[in-house]
Design a protein around this ligand. Structure first.
Ligand code: ZN
Ligand code: ZN
Length: 401
């Protein structure tokens, strides 16, 4: 079968970064970090495993970090031994074509999406660690050496074999196109359950890529009665944000601090060297970009006692002014992927909650998927996802159907 694999050996990473510096991004060649190969199909599923034939798989921002050779070995996650898993693609919709012995939840013909990462919950490890015990497979604390996934293949392969505990059965009412967006919207939804705006509060979302739009859709589904401003980079993102329910759009390049002051009734102060601060800003700021400049602004644009939720992924240590966290007691919290949420008195998995909101018509994702490619077109697909100013891409998917 055809499969896109990754290798982040030092030589490939360094060469990729070098080519980026020359303006060649994404770079594809003999030393790129990902490549298409013809590989043997996965073996028959073992005990507790199933075989999946893929139908759709998205390209995630985290996949692009791989492609671009981004990241720094000094960040905390880099201290934990990785799986070294070579197969790419986790935003999966597929169909079960074969089940191994002892599989209980799934049968041939079921549509599934990949929910859990390597964790006690996905692999049936007992006893569950304290995070898996409350549904947070994303925060699993089990020793990583005990978590052998046993999987072969991924979402950017024609097929894969994995333990059934990784998979979420897709309700019949959802289309493949809706289902493939459950995972990418997961962290936006989790950001909103980690800190839900109160009725009437003023909210800012920084960034309107997948994470920002997912956060916007989740706010509108979970707390329709609040005022949402978004900061968008491109006009097509602004159009999507309005369609998905943003009350106000600030374009990158506008005077963000003055616009924020106008919308919140706050006041901008300016010190030396362009040092600016907004007093009386937003009740909640979701930073869906997460780079040093946006996190700095997020902390300064939140009101005293307000909250900043860090949703965007940045894989390097950053030097940043954290004084708003003590001087104005701004709360800074983060969010990683998806797990289980407390919602209206119920403990429910992030995936289940999103699927329910989609079924009930409270989360309409029309227009989110902008481009489709076949797997052999992977270079074009990845370039489309990276070169947003030119392609106006939001979610790019591989279509195997
Ligand atoms: Zn993803
Ligand atoms: Zn665990």
């Amino acid at each position: 079968m055809k499969a896109v694999l990754s290798s982040i050996s030092p030589a490939r990473v360094l060469f990729t970064r070098f080519m980026r510096r020359l303006g060649r991004a994404p770079y594809f060649g003999p030393l790129s970090t990902i490549y298409l190969r013809e590989v043997p199909p996965p073996p028959s599923p073992g005990p507790g495993q199933v075989r999946i034939r893929n139908r759709l798989c998205g390209i995630c921002g985290s996949d692009l970090h791989f492609v671009l050779g981004e990241g720094d070995f000094r960040i905390a996650p880099a201290a934990i031994p990785g799986a070294g898993y070579p197969y790419m693609g986790h935003e999966i919709v597929g169909e079960v074509t074969e089940v191994g012995p002892g599989v209980t939840r799934l049968k041939v013909g079921d549509r599934v999406t990949q929910e859990r990462g390597r964790s006690c919950l996905a692999l049936g490890r007992q006893p569950l660690c304290r995070q898996c015990a409350i549904g947070n497979y994303n925060l699993c604390e089990a020793p990583v050496e005990e978590l052998h996934s046993g999987a072969v293949g991924g979402g950017w392969s024609e097929e894969f074999v994995t333990a059934e505990g990784f998979l979420f059965p897709i309700p019949d009412e959802l289309s493949d196109e809706q289902a493939v967006l459950i995972e990418p919207i997961g962290s936006g939804l989790r950001a909103v359950t980690r800190h839900t705006p109160q009725p009437g509060e003023k909210v800012l979302i920084i960034g309107q890529g997948t994470q920002g739009l997912g956060t916007l859709l989740s706010i509108r589904a979970l707390q329709p009665n609040c005022h949402v401003t978004v900061l968008a980079r491109f006009p097509y993102q602004a159009d999507m944000a309005r369609r998905y329910g943003a009350d106000e759009v600030i374009m990158l390049g506008a005077d963000l601090y003055q616009e924020a002051a106008r919308l919140t009734g706050g006041k901008v102060y300016q010190g030396m060297f362009g040092n600016r601060m907004l007093l009386g800003g937003f009740d909640v700021v979701y930073d869906c970009v997460g780079i040093p400049s946006t996190l700095k602004d997020a902390l300064r644009l939140a009101r005293a006692g307000g909250t900043v939720v860090l949703v965007g992924v940045y894989l390097e240590p950053m030097k940043i002014d954290l004084t708003p966290t003590w001087y104005w007691e701004v709360n800074l919290i983060g969010v990683y992927a998806h797990g289980a949420e407390d919602w209206q008195g119920e403990r429910v998995s992030t995936f289940e909650l999103i699927a329910r909101l989609m079924r009930e018509g409270k989360m309409n994702v029309d227009g989110f998927i902008t481009h489709r490619f076949t797997l052999p077109e992977y270079r074009q697909a990845i370039a489309t996802a990276i070169q947003q100013p030119r392609t106006h891409s939001i979610k790019v998917v591989f279509d195997y159907r």
